[in-house]
Design a binder for this molecule. Sequence first.
Ligand code: CUA
Length: 164
Amino acid sequence: MTTKEQHGWIDPYEKIWITVAIVVLVGMVAALTVASVAFGIQVPVPEKRVDPNSIAQDANSPFSEPGLRELGNGKYEAYLVGQTWNWNPKEITVPVGSTVTFFITSKDVMHGFMIWNTNLNIMVIPGEVSRVTITFEKPGEYPYICNEYCGIGHQTMAGKVIVE
Ligand code: CUA
């Protein structure tokens, strides 16, 4: 055994790649930090679990009456139910500058909820409630669509947020 093969010795190329791996790792963590702090990117977490079969009937569930709830101070909660092949409700109207927290679930299969011209894009999974918050700074119409293929009528799953 030569001294170079002994314990504790690292090949120069190995050292370069270890350095590269550390630099990439630090870069990724920095990018993630910038994304979450500067651009407000939120990692989706399931808000809670629900029974997709009874969610629309259960009078104790906010999803039995989907729609907008005003909390005051420009804050709103929007409860949406996705099903093949529509969103309930199809339309939400809020004043400009409103902060809306969406609570979305599915009655049947997996859907995707995305609002055009925003960074809001979240999976909608039966049995789970997805929560995401957004502030509408500019007036206009913000169409929302399903972006997760969910069957023959997938392309008809659309609605809009009207910001006035
Ligand atoms: Cu719902 Cu595609």
